[in-house]
Design a protein around this ligand. Structure first.
Ligand code: CP
Length: 302
Protein backbone atom coordinates (compact mmCIF):
# COMPACT_ATOMS: atom_id res chain seq x y z
CA UNK A 1 0.00 0.00 0.00
CA UNK A 2 3.09 2.23 0.20
CA UNK A 3 2.62 5.32 -1.96
CA UNK A 4 -0.92 4.33 -3.04
CA UNK A 5 -3.89 6.69 -3.13
CA UNK A 6 -7.20 5.51 -1.64
CA UNK A 7 -10.10 7.01 -3.58
CA UNK A 8 -12.62 4.16 -3.78
CA UNK A 9 -12.76 1.26 -1.32
CA UNK A 10 -12.09 -1.05 -4.28
CA UNK A 11 -8.66 0.58 -4.73
CA UNK A 12 -7.55 -1.74 -1.89
CA UNK A 13 -8.22 -5.45 -2.36
CA UNK A 14 -9.66 -7.67 0.38
CA UNK A 15 -6.22 -8.64 1.73
CA UNK A 16 -5.12 -5.00 1.89
CA UNK A 17 -8.36 -4.01 3.65
CA UNK A 18 -7.87 -6.79 6.22
CA UNK A 19 -4.25 -5.74 6.71
CA UNK A 20 -5.40 -2.19 7.56
CA UNK A 21 -7.80 -3.61 10.17
CA UNK A 22 -4.98 -5.69 11.64
CA UNK A 23 -2.65 -2.67 11.87
CA UNK A 24 -5.49 -0.61 13.37
CA UNK A 25 -5.91 -3.17 16.17
CA UNK A 26 -2.25 -2.58 17.05
CA UNK A 27 -2.81 1.17 17.20
CA UNK A 28 -5.87 0.69 19.40
CA UNK A 29 -3.65 -1.14 21.91
CA UNK A 30 -0.80 1.36 21.59
CA UNK A 31 -1.89 4.64 19.92
CA UNK A 32 1.22 6.74 20.54
CA UNK A 33 3.78 5.44 18.06
CA UNK A 34 5.90 8.21 16.56
CA UNK A 35 6.41 6.59 13.18
CA UNK A 36 5.86 9.67 10.99
CA UNK A 37 8.07 12.28 12.68
CA UNK A 38 9.42 13.43 9.33
CA UNK A 39 6.05 13.61 7.57
CA UNK A 40 3.64 16.43 6.77
CA UNK A 41 -0.01 15.52 6.23
CA UNK A 42 -2.25 17.98 4.38
CA UNK A 43 -5.87 18.03 5.54
CA UNK A 44 -7.96 19.75 2.84
CA UNK A 45 -11.66 19.96 3.69
CA UNK A 46 -13.76 21.70 1.05
CA UNK A 47 -16.92 20.43 2.81
CA UNK A 48 -17.84 20.43 6.53
CA UNK A 49 -16.66 17.59 8.77
CA UNK A 50 -16.25 16.85 12.45
CA UNK A 51 -15.22 13.20 12.76
CA UNK A 52 -13.25 12.59 9.59
CA UNK A 53 -11.13 15.72 9.82
CA UNK A 54 -10.50 15.58 13.56
CA UNK A 55 -9.79 11.85 13.62
CA UNK A 56 -7.36 12.15 10.69
CA UNK A 57 -5.62 15.04 12.41
CA UNK A 58 -5.55 13.13 15.70
CA UNK A 59 -4.14 10.10 13.87
CA UNK A 60 -1.42 12.20 12.23
CA UNK A 61 -0.55 13.87 15.54
CA UNK A 62 -0.39 10.55 17.40
CA UNK A 63 2.03 9.32 14.71
CA UNK A 64 4.23 12.39 15.22
CA UNK A 65 3.44 13.95 11.81
CA UNK A 66 2.72 17.63 11.35
CA UNK A 67 -0.59 18.72 9.87
CA UNK A 68 -1.27 21.60 7.46
CA UNK A 69 -4.52 22.46 5.75
CA UNK A 70 -7.91 24.06 6.05
CA UNK A 71 -11.41 23.19 7.19
CA UNK A 72 -13.09 25.89 5.11
CA UNK A 73 -12.00 26.60 1.55
CA UNK A 74 -13.53 30.09 1.94
CA UNK A 75 -10.29 31.11 3.65
CA UNK A 76 -8.11 29.90 0.77
CA UNK A 77 -7.27 31.11 -2.75
CA UNK A 78 -10.15 28.96 -4.06
CA UNK A 79 -12.13 32.06 -3.11
CA UNK A 80 -10.06 34.00 -5.67
CA UNK A 81 -10.87 31.45 -8.35
CA UNK A 82 -7.92 29.04 -8.04
CA UNK A 83 -8.76 25.66 -9.54
CA UNK A 84 -8.72 22.33 -7.68
CA UNK A 85 -5.93 21.19 -10.01
CA UNK A 86 -3.67 24.13 -9.12
CA UNK A 87 -4.48 23.80 -5.41
CA UNK A 88 -3.52 20.11 -5.40
CA UNK A 89 -0.32 20.65 -7.41
CA UNK A 90 0.73 23.30 -4.88
CA UNK A 91 -0.13 21.24 -1.80
CA UNK A 92 1.61 18.14 -3.15
CA UNK A 93 4.78 20.23 -3.10
CA UNK A 94 4.27 20.91 0.61
CA UNK A 95 2.99 17.62 2.08
CA UNK A 96 3.76 13.89 1.93
CA UNK A 97 0.12 12.72 1.99
CA UNK A 98 -3.06 14.64 1.12
CA UNK A 99 -6.36 13.91 2.86
CA UNK A 100 -9.18 15.59 0.95
CA UNK A 101 -12.95 15.98 1.28
CA UNK A 102 -14.86 17.65 -1.54
CA UNK A 103 -18.56 18.08 -2.34
CA UNK A 104 -18.09 17.03 -5.98
CA UNK A 105 -18.21 13.36 -6.97
CA UNK A 106 -14.97 12.39 -8.68
CA UNK A 107 -12.98 15.32 -7.23
CA UNK A 108 -10.73 13.02 -5.20
CA UNK A 109 -9.90 10.84 -8.24
CA UNK A 110 -9.10 13.97 -10.22
CA UNK A 111 -6.88 15.21 -7.39
CA UNK A 112 -5.01 11.89 -7.26
CA UNK A 113 -4.29 12.19 -10.98
CA UNK A 114 -2.60 15.59 -10.65
CA UNK A 115 -0.95 15.04 -7.26
CA UNK A 116 2.65 13.84 -6.91
CA UNK A 117 1.88 12.42 -3.43
CA UNK A 118 -0.80 9.91 -2.34
CA UNK A 119 -4.33 11.24 -1.93
CA UNK A 120 -6.82 9.80 0.57
CA UNK A 121 -10.47 10.46 -0.24
CA UNK A 122 -12.22 11.69 2.92
CA UNK A 123 -15.57 11.77 1.08
CA UNK A 124 -16.46 13.03 -2.41
CA UNK A 125 -20.07 14.13 -2.77
CA UNK A 126 -22.48 11.20 -2.79
CA UNK A 127 -19.87 8.87 -4.25
CA UNK A 128 -17.42 7.21 -1.84
CA UNK A 129 -16.08 7.43 1.72
CA UNK A 130 -13.47 4.65 1.82
CA UNK A 131 -11.86 5.52 5.15
CA UNK A 132 -15.27 5.51 6.86
CA UNK A 133 -15.77 2.12 5.21
CA UNK A 134 -12.61 0.73 6.78
CA UNK A 135 -13.58 1.96 10.24
CA UNK A 136 -17.06 0.50 9.71
CA UNK A 137 -15.48 -2.85 8.82
CA UNK A 138 -13.24 -2.60 11.89
CA UNK A 139 -16.31 -1.91 14.05
CA UNK A 140 -18.24 -4.83 12.52
CA UNK A 141 -15.28 -7.13 13.20
CA UNK A 142 -15.02 -5.82 16.76
CA UNK A 143 -18.72 -6.36 17.52
CA UNK A 144 -19.33 -9.63 15.65
CA UNK A 145 -15.89 -11.28 15.87
CA UNK A 146 -16.00 -11.84 12.11
CA UNK A 147 -16.88 -10.16 8.81
CA UNK A 148 -18.26 -13.21 6.98
CA UNK A 149 -21.88 -14.36 6.60
CA UNK A 150 -23.61 -11.41 8.29
CA UNK A 151 -27.05 -9.91 7.76
CA UNK A 152 -26.44 -6.20 7.34
CA UNK A 153 -29.33 -3.75 7.25
CA UNK A 154 -28.73 -0.31 5.73
CA UNK A 155 -31.40 2.21 6.71
CA UNK A 156 -32.22 5.70 5.44
CA UNK A 157 -30.59 7.61 2.61
CA UNK A 158 -29.16 4.82 0.49
CA UNK A 159 -29.18 6.97 -2.65
CA UNK A 160 -26.85 9.76 -1.53
CA UNK A 161 -25.15 7.93 1.35
CA UNK A 162 -21.52 7.60 0.27
CA UNK A 163 -20.67 5.58 3.39
CA UNK A 164 -23.35 3.06 2.37
CA UNK A 165 -21.99 2.81 -1.19
CA UNK A 166 -18.46 2.07 0.05
CA UNK A 167 -19.53 -0.42 2.75
CA UNK A 168 -21.87 -2.39 0.46
CA UNK A 169 -19.01 -2.81 -2.00
CA UNK A 170 -16.59 -3.91 0.71
CA UNK A 171 -18.99 -6.40 2.32
CA UNK A 172 -19.54 -8.09 -1.06
CA UNK A 173 -16.20 -9.81 -0.32
CA UNK A 174 -17.59 -11.35 2.87
CA UNK A 175 -20.75 -13.18 1.80
CA UNK A 176 -23.06 -10.62 3.40
CA UNK A 177 -26.83 -10.61 2.95
CA UNK A 178 -28.01 -7.04 2.41
CA UNK A 179 -31.28 -5.66 3.79
CA UNK A 180 -31.96 -2.25 2.26
CA UNK A 181 -34.49 -0.06 4.08
CA UNK A 182 -35.31 3.27 2.44
CA UNK A 183 -38.11 5.43 1.10
CA UNK A 184 -38.81 4.76 -2.59
CA UNK A 185 -37.06 8.04 -3.48
CA UNK A 186 -33.81 7.08 -1.72
CA UNK A 187 -33.16 3.53 -2.86
CA UNK A 188 -29.63 2.22 -3.35
CA UNK A 189 -28.40 3.22 -6.85
CA UNK A 190 -28.36 0.41 -9.40
CA UNK A 191 -24.62 0.97 -9.96
CA UNK A 192 -24.05 -0.14 -6.33
CA UNK A 193 -26.60 -2.97 -6.51
CA UNK A 194 -24.61 -4.24 -9.48
CA UNK A 195 -21.72 -5.05 -7.10
CA UNK A 196 -24.06 -7.26 -5.06
CA UNK A 197 -25.35 -8.99 -8.18
CA UNK A 198 -21.82 -9.51 -9.52
CA UNK A 199 -20.83 -11.11 -6.22
CA UNK A 200 -23.91 -13.40 -6.53
CA UNK A 201 -25.21 -12.27 -3.14
CA UNK A 202 -28.76 -11.56 -1.96
CA UNK A 203 -30.35 -8.21 -1.28
CA UNK A 204 -33.86 -7.46 -0.04
CA UNK A 205 -35.57 -4.07 -0.17
CA UNK A 206 -37.98 -2.73 2.45
CA UNK A 207 -39.71 0.51 3.31
CA UNK A 208 -40.42 -0.35 6.99
CA UNK A 209 -37.61 -0.35 9.55
CA UNK A 210 -39.43 -2.80 11.85
CA UNK A 211 -39.27 -5.49 9.13
CA UNK A 212 -35.53 -6.06 9.57
CA UNK A 213 -35.30 -5.77 13.34
CA UNK A 214 -35.31 -9.54 14.04
CA UNK A 215 -32.97 -10.40 11.11
CA UNK A 216 -30.08 -7.96 11.32
CA UNK A 217 -26.68 -8.56 12.90
CA UNK A 218 -25.78 -4.97 12.08
CA UNK A 219 -28.19 -2.07 11.60
CA UNK A 220 -26.37 0.71 9.76
CA UNK A 221 -28.48 3.83 10.27
CA UNK A 222 -27.90 6.90 8.10
CA UNK A 223 -29.02 10.51 8.06
CA UNK A 224 -31.27 11.79 5.28
CA UNK A 225 -28.80 14.24 3.76
CA UNK A 226 -30.53 17.57 3.29
CA UNK A 227 -27.50 19.08 1.53
CA UNK A 228 -27.70 16.59 -1.37
CA UNK A 229 -31.31 17.47 -2.39
CA UNK A 230 -31.74 19.99 -5.20
CA UNK A 231 -35.46 20.37 -4.34
CA UNK A 232 -36.15 21.26 -0.65
CA UNK A 233 -39.71 19.90 -0.98
CA UNK A 234 -38.33 16.44 -1.80
CA UNK A 235 -36.29 16.57 1.42
CA UNK A 236 -39.34 17.63 3.45
CA UNK A 237 -41.23 14.56 2.19
CA UNK A 238 -38.66 12.04 3.44
CA UNK A 239 -36.81 13.75 6.29
CA UNK A 240 -38.55 11.89 9.12
CA UNK A 241 -38.84 8.51 7.41
CA UNK A 242 -37.07 6.48 10.11
CA UNK A 243 -36.58 7.07 13.82
CA UNK A 244 -35.05 4.18 15.74
CA UNK A 245 -36.06 4.18 19.41
CA UNK A 246 -35.43 1.99 22.43
CA UNK A 247 -38.77 0.13 22.32
CA UNK A 248 -38.07 -1.03 18.74
CA UNK A 249 -35.03 -3.00 19.93
CA UNK A 250 -37.07 -5.58 21.88
CA UNK A 251 -37.10 -8.06 19.00
CA UNK A 252 -33.47 -7.58 17.95
CA UNK A 253 -30.95 -10.43 17.89
CA UNK A 254 -28.65 -10.78 20.92
CA UNK A 255 -25.56 -9.89 18.91
CA UNK A 256 -27.15 -6.99 17.00
CA UNK A 257 -25.23 -3.69 17.03
CA UNK A 258 -26.27 -0.30 15.69
CA UNK A 259 -23.74 1.61 13.62
CA UNK A 260 -24.11 5.11 12.19
CA UNK A 261 -21.40 7.12 10.41
CA UNK A 262 -22.76 10.23 12.20
CA UNK A 263 -23.73 13.03 12.43
CA UNK A 264 -27.25 12.01 13.35
CA UNK A 265 -30.19 14.37 13.24
CA UNK A 266 -33.21 12.52 14.64
CA UNK A 267 -32.94 9.03 13.12
CA UNK A 268 -31.71 7.48 16.37
CA UNK A 269 -33.48 8.63 19.54
CA UNK A 270 -31.22 9.53 22.42
CA UNK A 271 -32.90 6.80 24.50
CA UNK A 272 -30.95 4.29 22.38
CA UNK A 273 -27.56 5.75 23.32
CA UNK A 274 -27.21 3.80 26.56
CA UNK A 275 -28.52 0.52 25.18
CA UNK A 276 -26.03 -2.34 24.68
CA UNK A 277 -26.84 -2.33 20.96
CA UNK A 278 -25.55 1.24 20.47
CA UNK A 279 -22.02 1.24 19.04
CA UNK A 280 -21.87 4.47 17.03
CA UNK A 281 -19.75 6.54 19.41
CA UNK A 282 -17.16 3.78 19.78
CA UNK A 283 -17.33 3.40 15.98
CA UNK A 284 -16.34 7.06 15.62
CA UNK A 285 -13.44 6.56 18.06
CA UNK A 286 -12.26 3.63 15.94
CA UNK A 287 -11.73 6.13 13.14
CA UNK A 288 -8.53 7.30 14.80
CA UNK A 289 -6.94 3.82 14.90
CA UNK A 290 -7.99 2.97 11.35
CA UNK A 291 -6.72 6.29 10.00
CA UNK A 292 -3.42 5.83 11.87
CA UNK A 293 -3.13 2.46 10.15
CA UNK A 294 -3.87 3.98 6.74
CA UNK A 295 -1.39 6.83 7.10
CA UNK A 296 1.30 4.44 8.34
CA UNK A 297 0.64 1.91 5.55
CA UNK A 298 0.60 4.53 2.80
CA UNK A 299 3.77 6.11 4.21
CA UNK A 300 5.34 2.64 4.10
CA UNK A 301 6.21 2.38 7.80
CA UNK A 302 3.72 -0.45 8.56
N1 CP B 1 -18.78 10.16 9.30
C1 CP B 1 -18.39 11.36 8.82
O1 CP B 1 -17.90 11.45 7.67
O2 CP B 1 -18.57 12.40 9.68
P1 CP B 1 -18.08 13.88 9.42
O3 CP B 1 -18.91 14.41 8.27
O4 CP B 1 -18.32 14.62 10.69
O5 CP B 1 -16.65 13.83 9.02
Amino acid sequence: MKGKSLISITDFNKEQQLRILEIAAGFEKNPNQKLLNDHVVASLFFEPSTRTRLSFETAANRLGARVIGFSDSGSTSVKKGESLKDTIIMVSGYADIIVMRHPREGAARWASEVSTVPVINAGDGANQHPTQCLLDMYSIMQTQGKLEDLNIAFVGDLKYGRTVHSLVQAMCNFNATFHLVSPEELKLPSSVKMHIKNAKLEYHQYTELQDIMHIADIIYMTRIQKERFSDPMEYEKVKNSYVLNKSMLETSKQNMKILHPLPRVNEISEDVDNMPQAFYFKQAENGVYVRQALLAAIAGVK
